[in-house]
Each structure stands twice: as C-alpha cells, then as structure tokens.
Design a protein around this ligand. Structure first.
Ligand SMILES: [Fe+2]
Length: 341
C-alpha cells in the first residue's frame, strides 16, 4: 500500500516537473517570438517619430525581417521617400519665391532711385551699410535682414513726390522741401497695405526723425524712434555725404564719419554711431558698399524696364527720348562716391 502511494507521488512530481519545464519553454519561445516581431515594429515606430520630427532622410532597415515585415518596411520607406521629395520641392519653391520677392523689391528700389540721377544705387548702399551697423550692434540675423529690407525701401515714398522737385538741380525752397518731406508718410502708407511688409513701415516713416526730436514727420525723440529707423538714419546720411548731389560734390568717407560723429546726440543715437564707427574701423562698411555696388548694374537694367513698362518716370519724359531717369554717371564720380579718393 505504501509502495503504491510512493509510486503515485513520484508520478505527480514528474508530471509537475514536466509541466513546469513546458511552461518555461513556452515562455522562452514566446519571448523570442515577441522580440522577433516586436523589435522591427519598435524600430518602425522610432523611425516614424524621427520623420514626424522633420528628419525626412530616415529609412527602416529591411535586412533580416520576415516577408510581411519587410513589405511593411518597404512601403514605409517609399512613403517617407515621397514625403522627403515633396518637402524638397516645397523648399525649392519657397527659395524661388523668396528670390523673386527680393529681386522685385530691389528692382523697385532701384526704379525709385532712378527717378533722381543723383541717387542711383542709393537704396542698395544704404541697405548694405544699415545691415553692417545692425551686425555691429550684435543684432540677430533675422533682424539684420529686416533692417536691410527696410533700408532698401526707405525712400519708396519718393514715388509720390513731383519729379520736378526730385530732379531739381539746386537747393529746394521751403515749400518744395515740405513736399519732399512727405515721402516718409507716402512710403509708409504704401507699404502698410502689404501685410508681409508692415514690419518695415516704421523704417520708412521715421528714418528722418532726429534723436533730439527735431526731425520729421512726427518729431519723435530718443528711443521713441524705432531702432530700425535710427540705424537707417545714420546709413542714409553716410551715403548722402559720400555721393555727389546737385548741391555738393562727394566728400571722403573720413569726412562722412566726422560729420556723423559731430551729429551724435543731436541727430543720431550715440549707441548707433558707436556701432557704425566700429563697423567702419573694421572695414565692414567699405566692404558692404563695394558689394552693394556690384548688383547695381543689374538692378538698373530691371529698373529701366519698370520705368518704361509701368511709367514710373513722370510724364515730362517724351516718348522716344533717351531715358532721362538713367543717364550715365561718369566713372570718376562713382569712384569718388564709393571709395576713398
Ligand atoms: Fe528719405
């Protein structure tokens, strides 16, 4: 009887042991299977997160995957390849649009400058000098670009000023000067209508304001004048002094620096003139002017087209006459205007 119970006990023990071994084996194979299937799925999930984060070059490695998983990974890779291609196309289109926008703005600014033979290339040079000052101030790249654009269009309001005043070969009468002052207000009104250019309206309206409050059109004072307008005011004066005008021959760059220094605290913000002097002494200003002078020829060609196609030049220009807006400027005058004598 005891022997019979002992045999049953051994049988139960073996059965339990075998069952436990089978459970352990099943768990082991289940773990292997889950790793085999789960790992590629996890990799797929990680790659999709990378793509969602904007890293469109990511692909899933299909090596060692089962047929179904490899098919899924292939489809995923094809899909991310298409997304990457579309994103590249969008980037190229955005870059082309941006170039078209900048090119149009530059041609427009050149057309405005071309209304007055003495201000050819003025906007490009003021834009380049303004950006150098912004860089010297340590302002962010985006703001430097913003300053460049504002300076490029700072005199856009001259489109609404009578050509007889713009082209007058002598000193303006008080009435004519009042008309000329309006270019700030006219330009600001024109640009305020363009949503994408609203940020540069302060540059256009207030680039003739003075630090001491004696400027125009609103007699703003000190830091009430937006930073962008204070920067452009210095660059504008620098270019005006160093280029020939109906009432003056071009002065040297050193004389322009001296003039700006003398006007610090009355006309200009000391912080801006300090940044200007730093940029000038490191050669940044001269390099900027040199670079800005290079595309002038192309801009003038575009401007000439705009002038003839849109009729920006006043009606006083007779049809068939050579363009009065774009007379050739003697080479020696250019050299005097842009570089050291
Ligand atoms: Fe102006």
């Amino acid at each position: 009887m005891t022997a019979a119970f002992a045999a049953v006990g051994r049988m139960i023990y073996r059965t339990v042991l075998i069952s436990l071994l089978l459970v352990a084996l099943a768990a082991f194979f289940a773990l292997l299977a889950s790793r085999w299937v789960g790992k590629p799925v996890q990799h797929l999930a990680e790659t999709s997160h990378e793509i969602a984060a904007g890293n469109f070059g990511q692909r899933v490695d299909t090596l060692g995957l089962t047929f179904e998983m490899a098919d899924l990974a292939d489809n995923f890779n094809r899909m991310s390849g298409h997304v990457e291609s579309y994103v590249e196309q969008l980037k190229r289109a955005a870059a082309a649009n941006r170039e078209l926008f900048i090119g149009s703005i530059r041609a427009f600014a050149a057309a405005i400058d071309a209304k007055d033979p003495y201000t050819r290339g003025h906007s490009e040079r003021v834009a380049a000098v303004s950006r150098s000052i912004a860089s010297s101030l340590g302002l962010e790249a985006d703001f430097q670009q913003h300053v460049w654009l504002g300076a490029l269009l700072h005199d856009v309001g001259k489109i609404g000023v009578d050509d007889r005043i713009l082209k007058k070969g002598g000193v303006l009468t008080p009435e004519e000067f009042d008309q000329m002052k309006l270019h700030t207000v006219i330009g600001a009104e024109i640009m305020a209508r363009i949503e994408q250019l609203r940020d540069i309206v302060p540059a256009i309206r207030w680039h003739h304001e003075n630090w001491n409050g004696r400027g125009y059109p609103d007699a703003l004072r000190g830091e009430d004048i937006p930073l962008i307008a204070r920067i452009i005011a210095v660059a504008d004066t620098f270019d005006a002094v160093t280029t020939s005008r109906p009432y003056q021959q071009a002065y040297t760059l050193e004389f322009a620096v001296e003039t700006i220094t003398k006007l610090t605290g009355t006309r200009f913000d000391a912080k801006i003139t300090t940044a200007f002097l730093k940029a000038f002494n490191t050669g940044l200003i001269e390099n900027a002017i040199r670079r800005a002078s290079q595309p002038t020829e192309q801009m003038e060609a575009s401007a000439a087209l705009m002038v003839s196609d849109v009729g920006i030049v006043g009606s006083s220009q007779a049809a068939g006459e050579p363009s009065a807006a774009l007379p050739p400027m003697p080479k020696e005058r250019r050299a005097t205007a842009r570089l050291k004598p």
